[in-house]
Design a protein around this ligand. Sequence first.
Ligand SMILES: [Zn+2]
Length: 365
Amino acid sequence: MGFNRGKVDATKRGIGPRVAPKRIVYEPIARTHFWRKLRGHFYPCWEKFLKKTNIVTRRRFIAMGAMGTAGVWTGCSDAFGARFIRGFMNEIGRPIARCKSTPKPSEWNPNAITAAWLGHASVLVNFYGATILTDPVLMPRIGAAVGVGTVGPKRLIAPALAVEELPKIDVVLLSHAHFDHFDIPTLNALPAGPKAVTARRTGDLLTDSAMNCPTELGWGEKTTVATQYGDIQIEAFEVRHWGARWRHDKYRGYNGYVLSREGKKIIFGGDTALTEHFRPLRSDGPFELAIMPIGSYKPFERSHCTPEQSVQMANDAGAKYLLPIHHKTFTLGREPRGEPLERLEAALEPERIGWRAVGETFVIG
Ligand SMILES: [Zn+2]
């Protein structure tokens, strides 16, 4: 037989018995088996490391988890608390704009009504010589005191007058205990002398101030304050708002006020949503002016009126002039900063709008 150099079966070459070629089978390692094995290696080392270093205790692990969750909540949530903290962080380092107008109370005529907007709901009123300061908030921030400072919204614009620039005050009129109306640092900084008139069950907050014997008024209640220029009658009326400073103190009251003197009357609306309670005031009028909130209505229309609603309430009471407050000073609502005034201009005759900027003064001779 000749030697076939072509295709020859190895088994036919006569080299040993016929043996089936070995096939290497690559069995896939089961996934669970792999992880179990890895875990078996990894966990003892990890536990050993933790025990040795004591870096991550169970308590620390829980704390880190909580911090991570809080961080995600703060960054993404639409809840008030998260927006509040985001706002606080964003405002660090932002300068406070200078107020362009400065009221000059020393030049005011004691035989007239003069009012100056100091910012937000703070208005300095000369009511035929008697001086009233409403909801004084004159510090750079409002909110909770945390020892090293105040945590809360920062002013957009400086107050038109600092505490030390205020004239002698006869009455400090407080509508309710919310932080943007009832600022303890400002109240504590005021010199002794004024009589405080405040809403029901809010006087306890004045313990550390010079006005530690306030008169608390419920709706429909009146008081008379004597000044060197004569008496002022102050009557509280119901508005649509709420009084809790924190979550637990829902018992606190909230007021609007009517001030009467020399046969003239003015309204301080405080903080309110649209309500029918201004309508009955008309029979006690006429009112020379109404100091009315116009901002923070988006999305809080259930507690803060829109500019149009503010006009409607001032008209319900029959007020001659509307002095707009509660806008331009802090970012509290989500409406654009200039919107409240634009809407007010569209809703009311221009000559009935008392002022347009923080620091402006309005006079009725
Ligand atoms: Zn309020």
